[in-house]
Write a protein that binds this ligand. Sequence first.
Ligand SMILES: N[C@@H](CCC(=O)N[C@@H](CS)C(=O)NCC(=O)O)C(=O)O
Length: 167
Amino acid sequence: MLEEIKFDYKITEIDLSKGDQFNINFRKISPLSKIPAITDHKNKVSLFQSGAILIYLAELSEKFYDIENRNLINQWLMAQMGDIGPMLGQHHQFHHYNPGKSKFGEERYFNIAKRLYKDLDEHLSTSDFLAGKKYSIADIATFPWISLQIFFRSFRVFLELQLIMWL
Ligand SMILES: N[C@@H](CCC(=O)N[C@@H](CS)C(=O)NCC(=O)O)C(=O)O
């Protein structure tokens, strides 16, 4: 998002494997010890949760969050936050990072992921972007999850035509 809106920014690395997320100073801006989190030093605002961060940056830059289309954008942004992200996250954990540890988990989240990809593909056959005709923060939030399938090389299983075109 920061690249898209061309804001200057500095990255502070939080190494989750070393437990940096539990650092007392980081927890002051991210009380659930999760990345991402941002601090806007100019406006003295700190935020955690990617959806809230995207809305904040979109409002500040007046980009990718058209006021007249806000209900649809919010709807798809929340779909990412509540369904797409958490469910695909579980799928990746069971299927890609820890295969063989839980047949139930692998099957359950594989089926949920498959259904999500199919539904997204169907939606994108009638809509240029997730929330209509224009690229929005809903697409920005969802893109990393879908593009991960290419990284995992399982795109032949999941990625159907409209999704590939959207990517
Ligand atoms: N709903 C949150 C999810 C954030 C999240 O789960 N972040 C993970 C990394 S992808 C994390 O920081 N995990 C560290 C931990 O739980 O200790 C968002 O969209 O910002």
